[in-house]
Design a protein around this ligand. Structure first.
Ligand SMILES: Cc1cc2nc3c(=O)[nH]c(=O)nc-3n(C[C@H](O)[C@H](O)[C@H](O)COP(=O)(O)OP(=O)(O)OC[C@H]3O[C@@H](n4cnc5c(N)ncnc54)[C@H](O)[C@@H]3O)c2cc1C
Length: 336
């Protein structure tokens, strides 16, 4: 399907009113090849819009949005222990998690209830409750808009990092993800070490796959605003990663400051939500926009906000955190 001048309000979780010149559905690389061959993408800017849960529109998009609609999930191999699964880019991420849990496949249960599509999951290497999608990705199928060729990138070549990948960096605007290959396991491997998950799982009957999924869903529902009720894009900022020496100096000044070992040796991850909260932003509202009352990382649209208003609020928060702690907090959300 191809749409012209359509509203994106119901296609972005912030609920920002914006439109785009064209929106083109695609199932697979063949569909994309036809779009590129038509010359459309060389005439105007283009980007991919999947579920719109991590995008902030700052105005009407004067270009083409490619929208994945392929929703096939298939088993590539099953040796009784390890199961390799391919999911097309348009599969709802949480439907994929449910599919795995129903079949007794471990690996993605901690990532339950993250909104969005499978094809977007590698882009920022989605993560929650001590798990990251990179841990179960074998490879990512891509279509190059420059060469019209398909290329399957092994996980080792995807540059996965904390909320990061090559798809946010060097390959942005050059390739479209059409499917993802996962390696899942029938061997139980509960990961309950993060936050209040262990206690919740125990209270719901112990660490089976189904209980872990239900516990994650219950915790997330209680903590995060539902975009259908209050526009938001989850965490607006990434947790900053600083050299250990910077973290130690801050700890002397702010002994209660939470910190975690960074994935790169010599670095420490700080909690952006805590830093923002300390600057007095949690629960603050300015016109149509504000900071969520239970979660300082989440910026919200109370209704009728423009993307620019959200961006301006984000800039003021970043300035305050910089002035108080000397720490830069980067945006997790993609601005279009
Ligand atoms: C309430 C809420 C809670 C959230 N919680 C979490 C969380 O716990 N952990 C977490 O990591 N994230 C979280 N997020 C962020 C979001 O769910 C993820 O980033 C998700 O992967 C976005 O998927 P999407 O389909 O909506 O992508 P979109 O928002 O449509 O796109 C995101 C980016 O990826 C690009 N992109 C999308 N699809 C493709 C593709 N097929 N090929 C190439 N580029 C593509 C887009 O161009 C854009 O730059 C949350 C968001 C919300 C609203």
């Amino acid at each position: 399907m191809e749409y012209r001048n359509i509203s994106l309000k119901d296609r972005n979780s912030f609920g920002i009113e914006a439109s785009c010149d064209r929106l083109v559905d695609f199932v697979d690389a063949e569909d994309l090849r036809q779009v590129v061959s038509s010359g459309l993408l060389s005439e105007m800017p283009w980007s991919v819009l999947s579920g719109g849960n991590n995008i902030l529109f700052t105005g009407d998009y004067r270009g083409v949005l490619l929208h994945p609609v392929g929703r096939e999930i298939s088993v590539l191999s099953d040796d009784g222990t390890q199961v390799r699964v391919r999911a097309q880019a348009g599969v709802e991420w949480d439907d994929f998690v449910a599919w795995c849990v129903e079949r007794g496949l471990w690996g993605v249960e901690n990532l339950s209830y993250i909104p969005g599509y499978v094809g977007a999951a590698p882009v920022q290497n989605i993560g929650a409750y001590g798990a990251e999608v990179k841990d179960v990705i074998e490879s990512v199928e891509t279509f190059s808009v420059e060469t019209l060729k398909t290329l399957t990138l092994a996980a080792a070549h995807c540059g996965f990092g904390y909320r990061d990948s090559v798809f946010k960096g060097t390959l942005r605007g050059r390739v479209v993800i059409t499917a993802v290959h996962f390696v899942l396991s029938r061997t139980p491997a509960p990961r309950l070490g993060y936050g209040d998950l262990q206690a919740k799982v125990e209270s719901m009957g112990g660490p089976s796959l189904t209980v872990i999924r239900e516990a994650v869903v219950a915790i997330r529902r209680s903590k995060l605003p539902d975009p259908k009720e209050l526009g938001n894009a989850g965490s607006f900022f990434k947790n900053p990663v600083v050299p250990d020496s910077v973290a130690q100096a801050l700890k002397k000044q702010f002994p209660d400051m939470p910190s975690y070992p960074g994935t790169v040796p010599g670095t420490t991850k700080l909690a952006a939500g805590w830093l923002i909260d300390q600057c007095g932003w949690r629960g603050r509202r300015e016109g149509c926009v504000g900071v969520h009352e239970r979660q300082a990382l989440v910026l919200v649209n109370y209704g009728g906000a423009t993307g620019q208003e959200v961006l301006d609020l984000a800039a003021r928060i970043r300035q305050d955190v910089q002035a108080r702690f000397g720490v830069e907090i980067d945006m997790e959300v993609n601005v279009l």
